[in-house]
Write a protein that binds this ligand. Structure first.
Ligand SMILES: [Zn+2]
Ligand SMILES: [Zn+2]
Length: 187
């Protein structure tokens, strides 16, 4: 199974590559690649009052890429969009990411994972650690996993960055079993 990382707008290549490596460690047997083609930020997704992009429109663009890739490679695949702009969903101030559950497409935003957003010094390792957690979380949804009550589990729902920092990048035992069942079916 292939998982493609797709830039939505400009995203630092080093950060993408770090996410790529960690995704391959967690989802055994998956091949993770960075898609050469980036998605330009869709202007219609931008809300000038909120100064944020509507996640749903970005996610739909990622889904279009999945369809194109599937036609090209002739098998089912998954795409994770990565963006550096602030994203939101209706009735939410912001979101760290969104995914089809289950499905083929997901997106994460780095915007609120950056320590500088919270008035702290830039910290690349911390940013990457947070991005990996959010990437694995959204991919967990793509595989059909819901939110988990275990606050150390990667499937715990982060309402704020403290919750992302508290959880780990691994699945708790229950979620790991669910994931194994789904991935086995797909092999
Ligand atoms: Zn979630
Ligand atoms: Zn769990």
């Amino acid at each position: 199974m292939k998982i493609y990382l797709v830039q939505v707008g400009y995203v630092d290549a080093d950060i993408l590559d770090s996410i790529r490596g960690e995704v391959m460690k967690v989802f055994r047997g998956a091949i993770c690649e960075i898609n050469e083609e980036a998605i330009p930020l869709p202007e219609k997704a931008y809300n000038r009052v909120r100064r944020q992009f509507l996640s749903e429109i970005l996610l739909n663009e990622v889904l279009k890429i999945v369809m194109e890739l599937e036609n090209k490679i002739g098998e089912q695949c998954i795409a994770l969009g990565v963006t550096d702009v602030d994203i939101y969903a209706p009735e939410m101030n912001f979101i760290f990411g969104e995914a089809q559950c289950p499905g083929r497409a997901a997106i994460i935003s780095l915007f609120r994972l950056r320590p500088e957003f919270y008035g702290e010094e830039p910290n690349r390792d911390l940013l990457i650690d947070r991005a990996v957690k959010e990437a694995i979380h959204e991919l967990g949804h793509v595989f059909g996993l819901g939110h988990c009550k275990d606050l150390r589990c990667v499937m715990f729902f982060s309402l704020h960055i403290g919750m992302t920092d508290r959880k780990t990048r691994t699945f708790c035992k229950k979620c790991a079993v669910k994931l194994d069942n789904v991935i086995d079916l797909r092999v």
